[in-house]
Write a protein that binds this ligand. Structure first.
Ligand SMILES: *Cc1c(COP(=O)(O)O)cnc(C)c1O
Length: 464
């Protein structure tokens, strides 16, 4: 049969859309999406024929319906939905970093309709958006003032532009980082309209390097916290205290780009991370950090520091382009209240998960396994949970995981991921690891059901 004949045998879009095999999808999906997928699927078959990859020309309709179903599955896997995080990575960038506290979710819900975002209910007058949360935030970290933007990347750009536009910003060569997603510090400098003035070397930068670089052209000095990589060996750099004490003109601020936004000292958990209040207290003019890393709140960027420097930032025209929406503001407000009340360790999921003790994690794993119908080839094992997500690079916490082995690990992981609710796991050494540290207690029953379901479908492989 010639290619032309084969092409002629392909059904039309209308025929595909009318086919009984698509009845279910026809009811659920907008006509436009379905016909788009039909067109794409027919085109796919046409390309296969033209490429000479097809022998037979029967059952086109059935094949095309299958192609459409696959497109639909891929599409629903992209729709935003709950994911049970069985990876143990507490700040998982691909899973939206910090899960919110219950109080933050509630406050956010209250803001979804009309809410007093720019209205003072007491006086009946217009109020400044975010003024209350900024005040509380400043109080929390011991700063004079605070301002909130979309994320820490926005904070960095805004601060550079506001403090040093057209001038030099001094930074150590050991801190010229890429934060991820193509956000590279040298590019950020260019985009913010400031000139990069590198000092020191990759591994060693001294206070005197900064001192020697400060001059007429200097707009600011910045310290970028290494929150996504480690340096060890023959390395040195001045502490933020030493940098804040640098001899410099009074219009040259020291900026501390902290990123991780650690509020309470986590040394008790064996995690060494500088706190925001320490950065403020040592005399830096501006400190920047993310809302959705160790701070445990919604995605946003916070700039705290001296009023003299915050004021012009707040009034900058860029500020209007980077301000956060009411939902973020609401979630942040509740999160800051939790920090201020000293309840962060109990109420913020990120900190609670980091602090979870080994015994309770082990108990949860054992309880999970004992309630599964099929307990073969499944064990409770100790593991290390990474902090992840641009905070405390390389740091882990000792915990426990449920390990599923002896079955096709990739298949088990894929089925867990593709079901509802989705479960993201780790595959290591031909086994699927479900680390319970990052799974909320109220998610455990769902997890149990998903595991029972998937293990019922994927058989234990024999040894040969
Ligand atoms: C994570 C991080 C950023 C970026 O923060 P986002 O809130 O993701 O934009 C900037 N600087 C440092 C040092 C960081 O760790």
């Amino acid at each position: 049969m010639s290619k032309t004949d084969k092409l002629r045998a392909l059904p039309s879009v209308d025929e595909v859309l009318r086919s009984p095999g698509l009845a279910g999808l026809r009811d659920r999906l907008p006509h436009r999406r379905l016909s788009q997928w039909a067109k794409e699927s027919i085109q796919f078959c046409r390309d296969e024929i033209l490429a000479g990859k097809v022998d037979q020309n029967d059952a086109w309709l059935r094949q095309i319906v299958q192609l459409i179903e696959r497109r639909q599955q891929a599409d629903s896997g992209q729709a935003i939905q709950q994911v049970i995080n069985g990876t143990g990575v507490v700040l998982h960038t691909n899973l939206g970093r910090a899960p919110l506290a219950k109080a933050a979710i509630k406050r956010m819900e209250q803001a979804t309709g009309y809410a007093n975002i720019e209205l003072d209910l007491e006086s009946g007058r217009r109020s400044k958006r975010g003024a209350r949360v900024a005040k509380m935030l400043a109080q929390l970290v011991g700063a004079e003032d605070a301002v909130i933007v979309n994320n820490c990347a926005a904070a960095t750009m805004l601060v550079l532009q506001a403090t040093a536009f057209g001038k030099e910003v001094i930074v150590s060569r050991g801190q010229l980082v890429e934060i991820g997603g193509g956000f590279r510090l040298p590019d950020v400098f260019v985009a913010s309209g400031v000139k990069l003035r590198e000092v020191g070397t990759t591994n060693r930068t001294y206070l005197r390097d900064y001192e020697a670089a400060i001059g007429e052209q200097t707009g600011a000095v910045i310290r970028v916290h290494r929150s996504n990589f480690q340096q060890s060996g023959f390395v040195t750099e001045p502490s933020i205290d030493e940098m804040a004490a640098l001899d410099r003109p009074e219009n040259v601020p020291v900026i501390d780009d902290l990123g991780s936004g650690c509020i309470a000292d986590l040394a008790a958990l064996g995690l060494a991370e500088p706190t925001v209040s320490a950065s403020v207290a040592c005399g830096t003019e501006l400190t920047l950090f993310s809302g959705d890393k160790l701070f445990g709140g919604p995605q946003c960027g916070m700039i705290v520091g001296r009023k003299r420097w915050i004021d012009p930032i707040r009034k900058s025209p860029m500020m209007r382009a980077m301000r956060v929406d009411k939902l973020t503001l609401a979630a942040l407000e509740a999160t800051v209240e939790i920090h201020l009340a000293g309840r962060a360790m109990d109420e913020l999921p990120v900190l609670r998960m980091l602090a979870a003790d080994q015994q309770s994690l082990r108990d949860r794993c054992e309880e999970l396994i004992q309630t599964l119908p099929d307990q073969s080839c499944i064990d409770v094992v100790s593991c290390e949970s990474p902090v992840g997500g641009g905070a405390i690079p390389g740091a882990t916490r000792p915990g426990f995981a449920v390990k599923v082995y002896g079955r096709n690990a990739n298949r088990v992981a894929r089925m867990l991921r593709e079901g509802n609710p989705a479960v993201q796991t780790r595959v290591t050494d031909d086994a699927v690891w479900v680390d319970v540290r990052t799974i909320a207690t109220e998610e455990m029953e769902d997890l149990r059901q998903r595991l029972a379901d998937v293990l019922g479908q994927v058989e234990v492989e024999s040894d040969e």
